[in-house]
Design a protein around this ligand. Structure first.
Ligand code: SAH
Length: 244
């Protein structure tokens, strides 16, 4: 049996936002590997082994997936959203870098709808002009670097999308990020909090930076800060495509 490995994105939550390509590989899989809540999204069936693991073991999980595929398994590593955005695709390639024999394995990376784009669509078009995406977690980089990038992105006039804004293990950093943004952008700038987008618990809230508090975000929230031209039209938030 020839094994293969697919690294797939499950989208932000709603089944309807999983691509047909990902649904097709999941139907052929013998093994599904990923963080506990993502593997839980895959229905059990005969012939499918599910391998849930903890969040902080990405490299071990990647090696496990490569071993199963090399042994003939049809393996799908699942991430939420897109697998290339702060997720498993880079972890698998990092594992291959230190074990290049796995380059002989049939490996595909299948895109998904990332949380940033799902959130932006719900809000309107806050990313309608140039933007950047920043992971606010300092698990894999120093906090000083997060702050440095925040400042420079704000000064460059980008709209900004923030993943992993706040967690129980680092409750104070998002407050610090808001202070930096207020210093660089002023209090009138719009900031949106899109939580659990495309699930039954979805909430959307847009306020000014002056009104924003750290409690408005948690680990299921995508935070989007507009550029200087970002504005409201009815219930929508949008960033014009022109910048003069
Ligand atoms: N690979 C994922 C991102 C993983 S990082 C993707 O492409 O979407 C996890 C972060 O994504 C969360 O802390 C949160 O900021 C964001 N996120 C994931 N799903 C979300 C959803 N349904 N609604 C809002 N934010 C979400």
């Amino acid at each position: 049996m020839t094994g293969w490995l697919a690294i797939a994105g499950l989208g932000p939550g709603d089944e309807a936002l999983i691509t047909p390509e990902v649904t097709a590989v999941l139907a052929q899989a013998t093994d599904v590997i990923g963080y506990v809540p993502y593997v839980a999204r895959i229905a059990p069936r005969d012939g499918l082994s599910r391998h849930p693991s903890d969040n902080r073991v990405e490299l071990m999980r990647a090696r496990h997936a490569l071993e199963l595929a090399a042994a003939g398994g049809r393996v799908v590593v699942v991430s939420s959203g897109d697998p290339g955005v702060f997720a498993m695709a880079a972890a698998v390639l990092e594992a291959i870098e230190s074990a290049p024999e796995y380059l002989a394995t049939d490996i595909r990376i299948l895109p998904g709808i990332t949380a940033m784009l799902a959130a932006a669509a719900r809000l309107g078009a806050p990313l309608g002009h140039d933007f950047c995406a920043i992971n606010l977690s300092d698990n894999l980089k120093p906090w000083e670097l997060v702050e440095h990038r925040l400042r420079l992105a704000a000064r460059a006039g980008f709209a900004m999308a923030f993943y992993n804004p706040r967690s129980r293990s680092r409750p104070h950093q998002f407050g610090r990020a808001l202070d930096v943004l207020r210093e660089e952008c002023g209090g009138a700038r719009l900031i949106s909090f899109a939580r659990a987008v495309s699930t039954a618990e979805e909430t959307l809230e847009t306020v000014t930076l002056a009104e924003a508090t750290p409690e408005m975000a948690d680990m299921r929230t995508m935070v989007i800060v507009g550029n200087a031209d970002t504005r409201r039209v009815g219930r929508f938030v949008y960033t014009p495509r022109t910048s003069l």
